[in-house]
Unconditional design. Sequence first.
Lengths: 366, 570
Amino acid sequence: MKISCKKAELLENLQKIEGAVGVKTTLPVLSNFLLETSEKNLHLTATDLELTIKCNVENINIIDGGEITIPAKKFIDIIRELPDSDIIIDVNEKNNITIKCDKIIYKIMGLPKSEYPPIMDPKKEAISLKINKATLKEMIKKTIFSVSSDDTRKILTGVLMVVENNEMKMVGTDGHRLAFIKSPVGKSDNTKIIIPTKVLNELQKFLKEEESDVDILIYENQITFKFDNLVITSRLIDGQYPSYEQIINRIFDKKVKVNTEILTKAVKRVSLLAVDKSSAIKIKASDGKLMINATTADVGEAEEEIEADYKGEDITIAFNSKYVADVLKVIGTADVEMQLRDTMSAGLVKAPGAENYIYIIMPVRI
Amino acid sequence: MSHIAALPEELVGKISAGEVIERPASVVKELLENSLDAGALHIAVEIKQGGKQLIKVKDDGAGMDKADLKLCVDRHTTSKIRTLEDIYNISTLGFRGEALSSIAAVSKLQIVSRYKNTKDAYRLTVAGNNRGIVASELAGGTIITINELFYNVPARLKFLKSNETETVHINDIIFKLALHNYTKSFDFKADGRKILFVEGVKTLNERLYQLFGAKAAKSLISVNQELSGITINGYISTPQELKSSRNYIYTFVNGRIVNDKTVNHAIAAGYGNLLPYGKYPLAVMFIDIDRRLIDVNVHPTKREIKFSNGTIVHNAVESAIRNTLINEKPVPVINVPNETIYMSSNGIYNNALQAEKEGGYKAVFENRASFVQEILLKEKKYRLKPLYQAKNMYIIAADNDAVYIIDQHVAHEKLLYEKLKKQKTITGSQQLLTAISISLKYRQAKFLRDNMLYFSKFGFDLEMLGKDTFMINGVPDFLAEKDCEQVLTEALEQLEEELPNSCSISDKEDLITKTMACHSAVRAGDPLNYNLMLVLINDFMECELPYCPHGRPGIIKLTFDELDKKFKRS
Ligand SMILES: Nc1ncnc2c1ncn2[C@@H]1O[C@H](COP(=O)(O)OP(=O)(O)O)[C@@H](O)[C@H]1O
Ligand SMILES: [Mg+2]
């Protein structure tokens, strides 16, 4: 195999697949990139067997067709350090790789493609749908932070994706708070799957805020996203996701509206006292204002009052400050609406007037 | 014919001797106590064949004049008390007037003595019924020589152990008396071999260096406390340097070697949960109490005493130890072995050690900022900065004095434990979006049912569904990121194993607290971010005692001085 290409072009594409390279893997070849040529293109692949990213590079000069696997970290480090110029990659039949750029020559050893595991093929026929890139990116951003980081509850470490009635819904929860978002999609069959966060993180990185669509193909045990020159495939998490409908359809009788930025800063300041990541802040809503308070047994007490749009009886409720801060970070609107019921019932956070994004937090009983 | 007959004098003597003199070590104890009572500053002991053949004690005390010398070997003769009341206000170690007569009854004894400020010395010899006193020569003090102990009590002789064992017992006694009487010099030779020699020193600390060696002495922390009229002075080991035998506990009440249950229990109680099962501290405790509050006359060998109020003694000892451990916050220092300075061969305490000791373990703890304002302004500066998390297990940190290695699990466990323990109110309970139901094994279910109250105190919002099924509605807020269901079942399993059937409510609560802390803490292998490490290690350093609730140490300190020495920079 012998190819030549622009350094910048190759590097950019290698970086797109880098995230799928196996890190702690028992199969050493998984820490390699797979390079294959077709008639006009170079195909890059990386996989850890859970997540696979394929990238198609077009502006390539194929001198000799072929395929090889190259130690990923070494390869990307070399390419990164090369001058901005044409690179020639030459592989001989003993899998010795020569990388040439101007007067610089690197030689590294690769492994034959035959060592690389066959990439999983989908089991059953796919459901396919299209969704706007920017929309998908937003949906991921607004749910992914709510998932559980506890590997013993595998199901909750993923994001639920539901497609039904021409709507796509995504849910993230760790059992204490839940984020729900929905968006219209084109006509499609219904489905309900749990997606690992790893693939969603990669998507977030490479999805651009533009109008074009992402093609989504859902199989029995995997999902594929196609956009730009990428094909990203991930296994799904198997299992029964807890039902969320009841949770998001709770009824609240108190509504408070505050400025997002002011609330964010107040929560941050007050929770400085709450050194533990799990510390609670008390929120008290009374006519026209919100009182935020944190008390830590041996450190002290912090309190801040902010202006709020609220009329009704006083209510005090305590939340884990991190749960509140998390949603304020992604809400993306100037104001935020909080709906409450009583001290021991869930609270809801959303953008005023918008119904597509709902965030539910359970209180802390103190 | 009457069956009862008065025993001949000689037999009575032998019988009562048996109570006081069990073995050569008892002789040595009595003789040394006499020497100390006589105000001796230098005491030399020499024995042959484990004391069976010869015991010789030489002192430079007040000595005896001819009349006293004649009398001292008679039964119940003493210069130390005159009336019964005197026993209850006694300042000397002896008072029963039994020792010399007892010894004389079962050995061939010779005393040479010269009473202070007189010119004449006399020698008394006693062997069976033969007694003689003649003029002699002596620079001062008293020399008592005992030959052939138990020569006339073959039954007793048969029960003596090997020469080595008897020598060990004698050494024990001398060691203990030397410990308490640190201003005096002690010299002990067995079969011509020097076994122990210590010069008189000014402080107990110096004596500890002499007797235990620099390394052990350095790791001890001093106890000084007075409570309800009981003065407690001494040294104890850090929970880091525990022994596997209780033989390193030396207690003295008003200067008497005692082995008292109350005192021993109080010492263990002072350490509390820092003493793992089967571990004991090294402790040298001088307990001084109003003489009228103890009865020393309960045992012929005087090794037992009776406190008129054992509870206040127990409280005093326990709180002395506990407070010491809390105040010292002993952070173990890695010892640099080649720097250990050994006792010079002539036994004279090396003063350079004092200076060296200063660089020891007393870490300076910054006062925790207590004003909200300060914290809000982020002025709260943590002294200790985490540098690295090694193997996702140990946090490496440093400040201006030292490098620290902290076990993250122990640190977090301890913090949680302290936090839970202090929490007077109920721990926050993070409510769950959907309640989780759990089914438990019969015994665990029963345990949970019986102790629901404690678990709700810790923030578990539980509801009983059936006999073995529970709903978890809320979990402790400190468990937010954990699988609470697993923590609960693990804790229940452990409690079921460990909790004795009958134990006090406070013990039970403590065990539950410990278990909860242990299972909720970050584990070895959990990656931690910088801020979490920062808070964790600094708060841990401020804990009452930087050990895990089960007594495992959580921190190792390596001072830059030590490092300099290790790298031979100095
Ligand atoms: N080493 C000694 N130096 C001075 N006097 C001694 C010495 N040993 C014994 N005596 C005297 O002999 C007495 C009897 O000793 P002992 O039989 O041990 O009884 P106790 O010590 O109970 O008084 C003591 O009271 C003391 O006056
Ligand atoms: Mg005596």
